[in-house]
Design a protein around this ligand. Sequence first.
Ligand SMILES: [Zn+2]
Length: 490
Amino acid sequence: MSSDGMRGFQIMKALEKVRVRFAPSPTGHLHIGGLRTALFNYLFAKKHSGDFVLRIEDTDRARFVDDAQDKIYEALHYYKLTPDEGPREGGNYGPYEQSKRLDHYQQAAHHLIDSGHAYRCFCPENRLELLRKTAEKRGEIPKYDRKCANLSLENAKAMADNGESFVIRFKLDKQNVQFQDEVFGTVNQCIDESDPVLLKSDGFPTYHLANVIDDRKMEISHVIRGMEWLSSTGKHQILYRAFNWTPPKFVHLSLIMRTATKKLSKRDKDAFVAYYSDQLGALPEAVLNLMIRNGSGIRDFDADHFYSLQEMKEQFDLSLLGRRNLLLDHDSLQKYSRMAFKSADFESLYPRIVDLLKKDGKFEIPEKEHIRRIVSFLNSKEENFGFLSSLTSGEFNWFFSRPRSAQLLLDSHQNVDLKQIIKELLKLETCNSETLGEVATRHQLTLAKTMGIVRISLIGSKKGPPISELVEFFGMEECRKRLEIMLTLL
Ligand SMILES: [Zn+2]
């Protein structure tokens, strides 16, 4: 092979390499749609031995939130979607935070001025405001009137050298654009927004410029992102053309909806990933299964199967991504949470449970062996258990706490000599339907009512596992301890 041929071959190889990016803005909590975008980027990269890049799009300084990048990393680690390159991983294409790449954007914008695709605009804010107001009065979409496009390059340069403040605008004639989307097929867009700003007067790029430059410089092969970006893609195509660059492949993901017709609201707590891990205690695999529940992108999808991340990787197929919106269905999440809990091994559950108890702060953290017994109890007796939050705030917090109040017992068993009954319960060698039946008879109560007294005394709730299971789990010694506490509370 000639050296030219060899270079051509190497370029081909480089272009073939799958490189995808997850590019969130650090503006607050990570949205559930962001998690799905990250997941599909990750699956596609891993399926094709490619690179999964994390890029932080932090050029909008007004919306910047300090710890948002930590939250993004927390989420990616929680869901095991670890980037190959990113602000903390490093890599050959860094820096990976846009605010540290300003020279790239400035260089590119000036290159577009030189090639006649862009120009400096010196219009003061009050002139632009006037243009906007006039357009609004006429019921038109505000557009820049291209006044500065008529400045000669020399004049504009002289003004800039003189220290006059300017933005760089892209010369964007009204036009139709056609492009291919891997999900939505051939897309036709009419672009009519005369002369968007590429570079602001403070030297920061706007979203569109930064996005295009970085995808190019980072050799991104496939742009997989939410379909809210589909409407910008036509403009991006024109930018690629102005640079004389071949655009990457575009893959826009359908929306995540509440119902078939209702969108998620920013006020919905389950619209953000932190809710699932921090408040609900849903296991990560459960949420990931929810993200693929309509089978989109998964070969031979089986709705009743619980997918490990490994299986998702193996069966991921970009060509099977559908246009159908994903419904954020709580019943499905519950189902997957049950399946996730059943399939989780103890060593992975243990730190999560300890973490939950620590965060909650109301409970003493028991020994590991005790937590192992709790997990095995839940696995064998509680088929609906799925959300870890019910261990601290829900129906299972009795695992970690003894009775704290007699109120429920007093309210639900009036005109009963509770003190006497508990004293008799404390004398029992064993606690079963036979021995409880004897106590019941002595006090002219039904067995069910007596068991109700025992249950509230043990776990502080009217509902819960059968007494036999509770006694087996606690052992008589712990049962007596709890009864004694209840006696002192009465
Ligand atoms: Zn101007």
